[in-house]
Design a protein around this ligand. Structure first.
Ligand code: GCV
Length: 715
C-alpha cells in the first residue's frame, strides 16, 4: 500500500512541469531552466569552463550571463578560468584583449562594431568554443546567442556562426511621464523611479538592460514623446546619467524626448524659433550640459507640431529647420535627432492618411546628416492593420527610421493575445516599388541612404509589473521587436518558435501549439475589430472596445465615422482618384494595385475604397456577408486559442497558465463585444439581415453605445 502511494506521488510529480518554483514571468526569455536529460547528455562535455578575455564591464556582464545561463541549464557549476585548460571551454573576447583569439585569425572585419562570431576551434590543444567580436558589446551579443542555442536546444559542437545587426539604431521609445504614468502603458508604472534616482539603482534596471542586450536593442528613449520640459533640468539629467551608467555595459545608449518649447519653459526665452540665435545657443548649451554627464548620450526624439505639441511651425519654420537646429547642437558630440513624421493638423481638412507625406516629402534632402525622420508603419496610427506608410520610398535623400508600437494601444491592451511579429513582418516585407520591384520597407530602412544612419524604434510595452509587460504573451512582442530590429528580414514564425521554447517549454507539443496560436492571433484581432481594411473604430480616448458610431469629437479625424464612412449605400474610405487620392502617394505599381477594385487585396478593401453593402467580393459573396463572416471568424479564432491553451494545462506552470486562461476569457468576451457592437452599428446603416447561420447581436445599438469604460489604463 505504502509502495503504491509512493508510486502515485512520483507519477503525479512527473506530470508537473520541472520548474523549481512557481514562475511569475520576471525572468522573461532568460529563464535558463535545466535542460532535459537528453540534452544534458549532449551538452555533457561542452561548456565546461568559461574563459573571459578582458575585464571591461561589458565582458564581465558576458561572463556573469554565461555562468548564470550555463549553470542554470546544465544544473552544474561551470568553472571560470583565465586561459583555456580543458576541453569544452568557452573563450570569449576580442583579438585586442586575447592573444589566443588573435592567433585564431578569425574573419571579424565584416562584422563591424556590433557583430560577433561563434566557432568551434582548438585552443592550446583543447576543444573550445570561441565567441569573438571586434568590440566588447559584440562579444556580449555573441554570448547571448550562444546561450540561445542551448535555450532552443541546438547542438553546440561544430559551430560556425557569424551575425551582425542590419540596423544601427535599435531603440525602445518609452512613453513614460515623470510622475511614472505610462501613456498607452498596460504594465503598471514606469520602470524609472525618478524620485529615488540617482541614488537608488533598482536591480531591475540591470535586468532590463540584460533583456534588451539579449536581443540586441541598443537604445532607450526614457521619456514620453509628449515630453515634459523638466527632463532637461540638471536635477533630472543627473538621474538620466545614473540610468545611462547602468545601461552602458549592455550597449544601451539613452536618448531623451524633448519639448520644442523648452527654451521658453526652462530658459526664460521669449521664443523657441529655431532660427533665433539665442534659441540655438540655448540648445547648444543644453547639449553640452547633457554630454558632460552622459558622454555617449544618443540624442533627441521629437514630436513637434503634432497633437498640440509645440514645434517650428509655430514660428513659420519647417520641420527641417527645427530638426536641423537640434542636430547642430548634438553634432559636435556625435548625437542624432529622431524627428517624428507623425503629424496631422487641426487646420487641414485633407485626408489624415495624406498629411504626413504632404508635409515631409517636400523636405527630402533638407535634413542635416545626423537627422533621421521617424515614420510609423502605417499612415494613420498603429491600427491592427494598415498598409505601409507612403513616405517609405518617397524620401530618397533622407534616412527614414521605422516606428512600431510594441504596446498594444489598439490591439486589446495587455489582455488580448496578439503576436505582433506577423504584423511588423507584413510592413517590413511590403514592396514599395520605390526603386523597382523588391524595394521592400525592410530594404529601404536598411539602406540608410549611404549615410550609415539606419534605425527602428518600438514604443515600449514595459512597466513595473512583475512580468514586465502586463501579460506573458506581450513579452513576445518586446522579444520580436528586438529580433526584427537586428534583422528586419527575420521570420516572424521563427522568432515566435524561439521565444516559445525559451519562455514556456522545450516540449514539441507546447512549442508547436503556442507558435501556431501566436501566428494566427493578430489576424483574429483584425477580424473582430477592424476587418477588410477598416481602421480606428475604437472607443474614445483610451481606445478600448468598439466605438464605430462615435462622431462627436472635436476634430473630424478623431471620430471612427470619419474612417468607416458607413451610410445607407455602403462603407469604406475612398482614397482613389475619385476620393481623397491618397493612393497617388504610392509608387505607380502599388497605386495601381490598391486603386483598382479588381486587384486590391481584401484586407485593404475598405481602407482604399467606399463600396456598396451589396458589392460582390472576389469570393462571390456580398461585402455585407463577408464583413459579418470576418467578425465571427475573429470570435471563433479566440475560442480556438482558448481550446489550444487549455490543452497545454499539464505542461505549463500553474500561475502563468491560470493568468493566460483568464486573459483569454477576457479576450473572448471583448471579441464578442466588438463583433456585436460593430454589427449592430453597421446593420443600422445597411438595414440588411445577417447571412444564414450568423446570430443577431443580443442587444440593440443603444445598449452598445451606452457601454463606457471609465478608468481604462494607459490614457
Ligand atoms: C504619445 C496616438 C496615441 C497617443 C500618442 C500619439 C503619438 O495618437 O493615441 O497617445 O502620443 O499617437 O504617437 O504621438
Amino acid at each position: 500500500m505504502r509502495l503504491l502511494r509512493l508510486f502515485i506521488i512520483i507519477a503525479v510529480l512527473a506530470l508537473v512541469p520541472h520548474t523549481a518554483q512557481a514562475e511569475d514571468g520576471y525572468d522573461l526569455w532568460l529563464r535558463y531552466q535545466p535542460v532535459g536529460q537528453q540534452w544534458r547528455d549532449r551538452y555533457a562535455s561542452a561548456a565546461t569552463q568559461i574563459v573571459a578575455a578582458g575585464d571591461s564591464p561589458t565582458i564581465r556582464a558576458a561572463a556573469s550571463e554565461l555562468s548564470r545561463g550555463l549553470g542554470g541549464m546544465l544544473g552544474r557549476g561551470v568553472a571560470t578560468a583565465s586561459a583555456v585548460t580543458r576541453d569544452g571551454a568557452v573563450l570569449f573576447g576580442t583579438p585586442a584583449t586575447s592573444a589566443a583569439i588573435a592567433a585564431l585569425d578569425l574573419p571579424l572585419a565584416p562584422l563591424g562594431d556590433e557583430g560577433y562570431l561563434i566557432r568551434s576551434v582548438d585552443v592550446d590543444g583543447h576543444r573550445a568554443t570561441v565567441i569573438a567580436a571586434n568590440s566588447d558589446i559584440g562579444v556580449l551579443y555573441g554570448a547571448f546567442r550562444f546561450l540561445k542555442l542551448m535555450q532552443t536546444r541546438q547542438p553546440i559542437d561544430g559551430l560556425d556562426i557569424s551575425d551582425a545587426p542590419k540596423l544601427k539604431l535599435r531603440v525602445l521609445d518609452h512613453w513614460d511621464n515623470l510622475d511614472r504614468h505610462v501613456e498607452r502603458g498596460y504594465a503598471g508604472l514606469s520602470l524609472w523611479d525618478w524620485f529615488t534616482l540617482p541614488q537608488w539603482h533598482n536591480p531591475r534596471y540591470t535586468d532590463y538592460a540584460r533583456a534588451n542586450a539579449s536581443i540586441g536593442i541598443n537604445g532607450a528613449v526614457l521619456n514620453n514623446v509628449n515630453a515634459q520640459a523638466e527632463i532637461l533640468t540638471p536635477r533630472y539629467l543627473d538621474k538620466v546619467a545614473a540610468l545611462a551608467d547602468i545601461f552602458r555595459p549592455y550597449g544601451i545608449k539613452v536618448y531623451l524626448s524633448v519639448k520644442f518649447s523648452a527654451p521658453i519653459a526652462l530658459g526664460g526665452l521669449k521664443t523657441a524659433d529655431p532660427l533665433d540665435p539665442k534659441v540655438r545657443a540655448w540648445w547648444q548649451a543644453k547639449a553640452d550640459q547633457i554630454y558632460a554627464r552622459v558622454p555617449d548620450f544618443g540624442g533627441f526624439l521629437v514630436k513637434a507640431n503634432s497633437e498640440g505639441q509645440p514645434g517650428p511651425q509655430d514660428y513659420h519654420r519647417t520641420h527641417a529647420d527645427g530638426a536641423n537646429m537640434l542636430a547642430a547642437a548634438l553634432k559636435p558630440h556625435g548625437g542624432v535627432v529622431m524627428w517624428r513624421a507623425f503629424v496631422y493638423s487641426q487646420h487641414d481638412s485633407e485626408d489624415r492618411a495624406k498629411q504626413a507625406y504632404n508635409e515631409f516629402k517636400p523636405l527630402d534632402g533638407k535634413f542635416a546628416d545626423n537627422v533621421l525622420v521617424q515614420v510609423k508603419n502605417g499612415p494613420i496610427d498603429f491600427q491592427p492593420r494598415e498598409p505601409f506608410h507612403p513616405l517609405f520610398g518617397a524620401m530618397p535623400k533622407t534616412p527614414l527610421m521605422l516606428e512600431l508600437q510594441v504596446t498594444k494601444e489598439y490591439l486589446g491592451f495587455n489582455t488580448h493575445l496578439a503576436y505582433l511579429g506577423t504584423m511588423w513582418a507584413e510592413t517590413l516585407d511590403a514592396d514599395t516599388h520605390a526603386h523597382g520591384p523588391g524595394t521592400t520597407v525592410a530594404r529601404l530602412i536598411e539602406n540608410g541612404k549611404g549615410t550609415g544612419l539606419t534605425g527602428i524604434a518600438g514604443v515600449a510595452n514595459i512597466g513595473n509589473d512583475r512580468n514586465w509587460t502586463g501579460s506573458e504573451f506581450d513579452q513576445a512582442n518586446w522579444y520580436a521587436f528586438g529580433r526584427l530590429a537586428w534583422n528586419p528580414q527575420a521570420s516572424a514564425e521563427h522568432i515566435a518558435r524561439d521565444w516559445t521554447r525559451m519562455t514556456w517549454s522545450e516540449r514539441p507539443q507546447v512549442v508547436d501549439t503556442i507558435t501556431a496560436m501566436m501566428m494566427r492571433s493578430r489576424e483574429a484581432v483584425v477580424d473582430y475589430m477592424t476587418p477588410l481594411g477598416l481602421a480606428h473604430q475604437m472607443a474614445t480616448g483610451h481606445h478600448h472596445g468598439p466605438g464605430p458610431w462615435v462622431s462627436n469629437l472635436g476634430r473630424p479625424e478623431w471620430n471612427p465615422v470619419y474612417y468607416n464612412r458607413a451610410d445607407g449605400n455602403g462603407i469604406g474610405f475612398d482614397r482613389t482618384a475619385s476620393g481623397s487620392d491618397a493612393i497617388a502617394q504610392y509608387a505607380p505599381p502599388v497605386a495601381a494595385e490598391f486603386g483598382s477594385l479588381k486587384t486590391v487585396p481584401d484586407k485593404y478593401l475598405l481602407w482604399f475604397h467606399h463600396v456598396p453593402w451589396t458589392y460582390r467580393m472576389k469570393s462571390g459573396e456580398t461585402l455585407w456577408d463577408a464583413l459579418i463572416e470576418h467578425y465571427d471568424r475573429g470570435v471563433q479564432a479566440v475560442a480556438g486559442l482558448q481550446r489550444d491553451w487549455a490543452s497545454l494545462a499539464p505542461f505549463i506552470d500553474k500561475r502563468r497558465f491560470d493568468e493566460e486562461t483568464a486573459f483569454l476569457e477576457i479576450q473572448h468576451q471583448d471579441a464578442l463585444w466588438w463583433r456585436n457592437a460593430s454589427i449592430a452599428y453597421f446593420q443600422s446603416k445597411s438595414q440588411l439581415p445577417l447571412p444564414a447561420g450568423h446570430a443577431e447581436p443580443p442587444h440593440d445599438l443603444d445598449y452598445y453605445e451606452a457601454i463606457k469604460t471609465p478608468y481604462a489604463p494607459g490614457q
